[in-house]
Write a protein that binds this ligand. Sequence first.
Ligand code: PHE
Length: 446
Amino acid sequence: MDNRETFGSRFAVIMAMAGSAIGLGNIWRFPYIVGQGGGSAFIIVYLISTLVISLPIFLSEAVIGRKTHKGTFGAMQQLAPGTPWRWLGLLTVVSPLIILSYYSVVGGWSVEFLFKALTLGFSTGNEAEITGFFGSFISSPWGPLACHTVFLGICALIVVAGVKKGIETFSTWTMPVLFVLIVFIMIYALTLPGSGAGVDYLLKPDFSKLTASAVASAMGQSFFSLSLGVGTILTYASYVHKDENLLGSGIGTAGFDLLFALIAGFAVMPAVFAAGIEPAAGPGLVFETLPYIFAKMGASTPWLSALVSILFFLTILVAAVSSAISMLEVGVAYLVEEKHFTRGKAVAVLFVGCWLLGALCSLSFGPLAGVKIFGETLFSFCDKLTSNFLMAFGGLLFTIFAGWRMDRADVRDELRAGKAFRVLYFLIRFVAPAAIVLIFLTNLFL
Ligand code: PHE
């Protein structure tokens, strides 16, 4: 433990954790599901689930990680040696690597789109051709594979440089810049004529849309967005110095993540409505709808279209990288601590493994589209398996572990939450696990 790296400051801890949290989930999923789920009515539910479910999971992972100063597997071995909890340790080494594999494919798309924006492909292109570009790009085999390789390579280079020199440096420099960029894009979007409809879409409370499945999707989104249940927060917390306040880091991370999601919503939706388009779900929103808008804009003001499109895809790329490195670090911590690999070798091995799975996911948009697992392409199978199931399952087990298996005194000492401890402990022991089980049941029956 003595020579284990730690983050250099409270700021660094929050930037690294916020870097993990802020990612594709904020930019393309949040704006869309808010509108679908009833605008501000949905945001209220999202806030409540972040407070009573996600924050307790976050704190459970953080307490386990900081107490042991080990990655997921080592932490379980130390706190519950010789018990089936080791499977939780192993599961949470594997699940972030599955996420990384398909996440890197999407990260790769943002590499290509940034390149296209830099070469003025959107600002000077014609609208029809640009709308079709995404579909033809992702179904072609080589381009996406090359971009997936570049994206994963960037992540590998950052992680191989170490926790402090790589992850901390990258996050502390890029997160503030990311905020400035997204705020700039938001201001631009809000000044477009007709953008008010996008603001309404996000804010107008519509309680009739707030169905049980909308509530479940608020909780699911909150998990995904805070990177919970897959050991990333646990692993980052294992690099947090004993003097840091975990509750403060948790609240800071959740606050930044929510703020970023809201700003991203106000950057994307007003532009979509100003262009008179129906908002699409998922990748279509940022990779089809927005390029179309950039092309439209390019017809009148090419320089502005070029500038905004470059900044926009740069934002997506950086947000995706800062999330992906947290997934990779979980596996690296495992191989270095438990298998005594050097950092370089660990990164190399995981690079190859994730590259292969990611390549298959990438090809599942084209040549391998016919290969189905439970009726899903490989990409969407990996996505659904992790975001609908493994994250919630891991989150459930982490709260049970911190709430029922760890010593209460240890949890209290790590949290140092004063009078709030009793409330937080109650949330960790009862409320969060019960709510997760409810989401499972809702998802199962709806
Ligand atoms: N929170 C990230 C996002 O919003 C995704 C993520 C999931 C990161 C799991 C790490 C672990 O895109």
